[in-house]
Design a protein around this ligand. Sequence first.
Ligand code: ZN
Length: 413
Amino acid sequence: MKPNAEQLKLIDAQIKRLIKTDSYYGKMYRELGIDKVESFEDFKKIPFSSKEDLRNAYPLGIQAVPDEEVVRIHSSSGTTGKPVIIPYTKKDVEDWATMFARCYEMAGITKNDRIHITPGYGLWTAGIGFQAGCEKLGAMAIPMGPGNTEKQLQMMQDLGSTVLTATSSYALLLAEEINKRGLKDKIKLKKGVIGSERWSEKKREYIANELGIELYDIYGLTEIYGPGIGINCDKNEGIHYWDDYLYIEIIDPKTGEQVEDGEEGEIVITTMVKEGAPLIRFRTHDISRIIPKKCSCGSEFPMLDIIKGRSDDMFKVHGVNMFPSQVEELLQKFDGVLSEYSINIAHDETKNKDVMLLTVEAEGRVDFEQTAKEIREMFKAIIGVTPKVTVVPINTLPRSEKKTKRVIDHREQ
Ligand code: ZN
């Protein structure tokens, strides 16, 4: 999706402000001779920004306002190396709360609700974002933070929490506890707002059924304000995002070119009005697509599809993008089949065709040949590619202490 005139104007102002600063990006853009964004062509000349940049700029190199304007910092953990520090101005904090309040509203939450907040408070953006959005909306915040399940359940009953906000794993844990203790009739939860880590349909159904609530996926990342930049509505046709604050493009992660609306690729976000740490063309590594239609709820806000996975995990066969998580989800449907599997992809020179071999482990009671056939058919129906499938006994595939590399692509050499 190309930026519209209003978005271009905001991005242009952002660039013109940035190059007057000695911030990391201010210097970078000055050196590259980037001084305006008046057209899509100008915009495309701006290099992508990345988490790597933010690490290079540690701790506060990215700060694009004078010290007295910074009111808060947040930090993202990051699995490797240095953390990333993001400074916020008063306006940034307010804008974030406004976006978050919009998320609650999109989920049908009102000031009469009591929002039970279990994400953590602290350096990262979770708890405090849920709280600020709640206060902005005018609902009652119950700032629990994570852990202490005993107390969570007590407060949930005593205060009559109507909305649960949590990570999917914590929501699952609470659902199981509520089920185990037979508390379902004593809680008043109606809705759950769940942080948008990828989660299986099975887990989702379990939580929704056990707690008898509607679930909403909230999207966001610390580098771009935090959670609250998008959420699905009741129609559940996609994740609405706030295009008056953010310009989102979808790119081919290999070439960096924008793909057509509706096509899958990596989400790249430009903050149009952020002051403390503006990011232009930030690569999220999240894979999704822009849904090229209006939602039937009538909202004008555009939609992203649910996040399908990380670009780092993605593999492609016969032009179809796939993720290990999809394979796992598919294998879960087969009784007696384990989640241990491996995928080998190679190029067959004689047929000039890619070949994909899926090896899965199954319990001895399973009919290996019949199961292989069924997996192959379901793979074709759901994912759109037909692999060669071999079912092998338990413990045939190599195990490793580290995260097992499940997809081996022999085409890369
Ligand atoms: Zn909608």
